[in-house]
Design a protein. Sequence first.
Lengths: 221, 221
Amino acid sequence: MHAFCVSNSAALPADGVLAVSRVRLRKGETLVRAGEAFAALYAVRSGTCKSVLVTPDGQEQIVDCHIAGDIVGTDGIATGEHDCAIAALEDSELCVLPFDHLEALARASNEFQRNLHALLSREIRRERKTMLILGTMRAEQRLAAFLLDLADRYAARGYSATEVVLRMTREDIGRHLGMKLETVSRLFSRFDQEGLIRVHGREVKLVDRDALHQLVQSATQ
Amino acid sequence: MHAFCVSNSAALPADGVLAVSRVRLRKGETLVRAGEAFAALYAVRSGTCKSVLVTPDGQEQIVDCHIAGDIVGTDGIATGEHDCAIAALEDSELCVLPFDHLEALARASNEFQRNLHALLSREIRRERKTMLILGTMRAEQRLAAFLLDLADRYAARGYSATEVVLRMTREDIGRHLGMKLETVSRLFSRFDQEGLIRVHGREVKLVDRDALHQLVQSATQ
DNA sequence: CGTAAGTTTGACTTACATCAAGTTTTGTGG
DNA sequence: CCACAAAACTTGATGTAAGTCAAACTTACG
């Protein structure tokens, strides 16, 4: 519940009020499937999950990758059915936040309400940023943006801003950034050669964050 | 307020309760700019608007295009500042929905609250669908998906499901779908030749919706 | 009515995809 | 703990969808 509780700690003795239950997922397991009934949001406690949207013809878009502190499942509120699947990229633990409880708390507390709304709005902003990345950037810029975003999110949770361990395969990264796994692999190799990062399999060290930033912001032409 | 009020009509005599004010925008005018303080959502009453996100280097992503009945401005809730600009594509009129009023109403009514949350969640879903389009589809599929979505939205409001008048330029469409205006133009011409649509400038008639649907769902390779 | 903005179309270039082969890592059962 | 199969990754050669540059045409508007 981090992102949520932390920012709510004054108004929300959440674990108590919410009578939170937990779910454990093993690597590869699915928390929710597209079409399943919506009843709760989930807070990632530990591990990493992905939200996946699938086309009728089986193409997958990895909409986002979630780490400890993130809240997932917001797509279900609209219709009472999830349309995104959520799956664990490694063994993970999540808190179940029954949505009617959240709504009751939001009616009772202005501050809790505002935090709930801010949570949903942040999701909207985050997705718009991803749309910007997909719509305007070249492959190398997308990958640089992805690495910086991931590192920043770890940093915001007290971990290193320069060393990240990817939980996604090259293929998953490709399915998130709209490119093929070969392109992801080639770019990792090139960034390594150019001294922007240091890659050992899934371990990536951001050697030159400034250069990565510049790359992201360089005109795409 | 359509989308919102219509679905809320039972619980929400909105115009009365909200003491709604109106804004008129001339074609090209901006309702909010990135960085401006957030105070309200806006319901499109008539006309068409776009939400635009800009990169540091000036590249634009048109995040969405809004028609009568849509609610805009949700990105501002998160931080109290908008990060998306909103501009009119033609002369338009919008209702101002002060957000603290909406929150007060949501605390008072379960039904209103649920509708507000559904509104935000629908936005999340809609953006994820756009991410899917940008991340997995080729240019022709993206354009077909765009046309079908627009026509469906007009149809849901009682207009024709086969005749749409585009308010965006080819360049704007390109900036929404992640392609160049020349590509948009070429695809319009090709779709016309192939009998999928009939184009006269900004007027587009969807001649063969089934074929367009099939095109969207054909494997991208 | 004239100028600017928007659009179309063609010729050429390029970023990324595809196909293919070989290497490394991971995970599982003996 | 090793063996070995499957999954993941890397790298090269080649193909292609879409971008770029350029010029002419059309539409909108002050």
